[in-house]
Write a protein that binds this ligand. Structure first.
Ligand code: NAI
Ligand code: MG
Length: 398
């Protein structure tokens, strides 16, 4: 069956890595068409909308998207680059990837972090005998993607009704009542039971499907009692009633950041709210090779709409290089997550195996894997280009 995948390259290196990932998909035998979805800076500058309606329609129709990366700039810079004909229309730039998440309710974000054997960027630690140990990291982080601190419900100098409502809370009046309203900024952290349940169930289901023995809720329920507390309590109920054979662990985000370099191999599935999920997934990604390796999926379990993307951004300074030097693995891994989602696990397995062989052999390495500082000269120092890395992966497909 030939599929249709909406290809949204976006800006900068997003365009390069997506092209390479599609080459790998095709070489591995995945049959699809890739209509291009316009997204990113170019469309903001030209049309005043970085996420045109036609792109939303395209994704509405085909449901599955591969996304590269976009460039975001601060408000003033955005306005300065807007087509002069559009400048006084009151348009305000907002991130199109956040826009996609909100429009399609892509509330589940999965960021797996798995070490590749032989990756020079893998985390190592000193063992008790003074020797060097390289723990095998295999963690899947489920991040609630639409609520919490990133929900956008925030004010500086809040409206009077909001201030009055806050003043009804004894801790607010006691701890903040001394401060003039004009000097207060408030960002809310809202969790709903519905979305909290969805992210928890997604985490448990993943543990069942891939044979992980535990799910860890990584929040701060002892301090943030209402939101973190609700998530952990719900996790306990869900575990007891629906997944009694999976262990439920509870870590505080701060302690987790310490333990993750001490014993990262202990963890398997981790679930967290939006902010802590963002933090803990970046931290684990650092143990397996960083931005060149960090991939992600975002989906809505009700509608099935899903977008797969590397964690990295558009790295504008590298986008101008005549020969691209960035690592395409994060994008290729994201494409593998898409294959898993579509039930094409046989193809994703072959691609991951090819990546594993290339990494382990160590003959073809992008500049990040050689621990070089990015510059056009890295190619002269023996680093592979983006294309060469993808070619090597294709050559290793069985
Ligand atoms: P970035 O992720 O684009 O780049 C940071 C640094 O990471 C790069 O300078 C490079 O050293 C390294 N890097 C990134 N991708 C790499 C790869 N594939 N291989 C090797 N090294 C890689 O983040 P930055 O510089 O903070 O942001 C650049 C632009 O990207 C900004 O406009 C930002 O708003 C946007 N951005 C977009 C994201 C998205 O589309 N989801 C996510 C993060 C940033
Ligand atoms: Mg992040």
């Amino acid at each position: 069956m030939k599929r249709t995948i909406v290809a949204m390259p976006g800006d900068g290196i997003g365009r390069v890595v997506l092209e390479e990932a599609i080459r790998v998909l095709t070489a591995a035998g995945f049959e699809a068409e890739y209509p291009e979805g316009d997204i990113g800076w170019e469309f903001w500058c030209r049309e005043g909308n970085p996420l045109p309606q036609r792109t939303i329609d395209l994704l509405e129709k085909h449901r599955i998207g591969l996304f590269g990366a976009i460039t975001s700039k601060p408000k003033d810079a955005a306005l300065a680059e807007l087509d002069p004909a559009l400048r006084d229309k009151g348009l305000v730039y907002s991130s199109p990837i956040v826009g996609l998440r909100q429009h399609f309710g892509l509330d589940i974000c999965l960021r797996p972090c798995r070490s590749y054997k032989g990756n020079p960027l893998n985390f190592i630690r000193r063992g008790a005998d003074g020797g060097v140990e390289e723990p095998f990291v295999d963690v899947a982080i489920f991040r609630q993607n639409t609520e919490g601190l990133y929900g956008g419900v925030e004010w500086s100098n809040p409206p009077q009704q909001v201030y009055d409502a806050l003043m009804t809370h004894p801790k607010f009046s006691k701890n903040f009542g001394w401060c003039p309203k004009e000097e207060i900024s408030v960002s809310t952290r809202i969790f709903t039971r519905k979305m909290t349940r969805r992210i928890l169930v997604a985490a448990f289901e993943h543990a069942v499907k891939y044979g992980y023995k535990s799910v860890t809720v990584c929040e701060k329920p002892n301090v943030i009692r209402e939101t973190s507390g609700m998530m952990y309590k719900m996790a306990q109920e869900i575990q007891r009633n629906e997944y009694p054979h999976i262990e439920l662990w509870n870590t505080n985000i701060d302690a987790q950041m310490m333990w993750l370099t001490k014993n990262p191999e202990t963890y398997s599935v981790i679930v967290a709210g939006n902010m802590f999920g963002d933090i803990v997934s970046d931290a684990f990604a650092g143990l397996i090779g960083g931005l060149g390796f960090a991939c992600s999926a975002q989906y809505n379990p009700d509608t099935g709409v899903a977008v797969f993307e590397p964690t990295h951004g558009s790295a504008p300074k590298y986008a101008e290089y005549p020969v691209s030097i960035v690592n395409p693995v994060a994008m290729i891994e994201s494409a593998c997550m898409m294959l898993d989602y579509l039930g094409e696990g046989e193809i994703s397995k072959r691609i991951r195996k090819a990546v594993a062989l290339v990494v382990e052999e160590g003959n073809v390495r992008t500049y990040d894997m050689m621990k070089l500082t990015g510059s056009p000269d890295v190619l002269k120092s023996g680093a592979a280009s983006t294309r060469e890395m993808a070619d090597a992966i294709i050559a290793h497909l069985e």
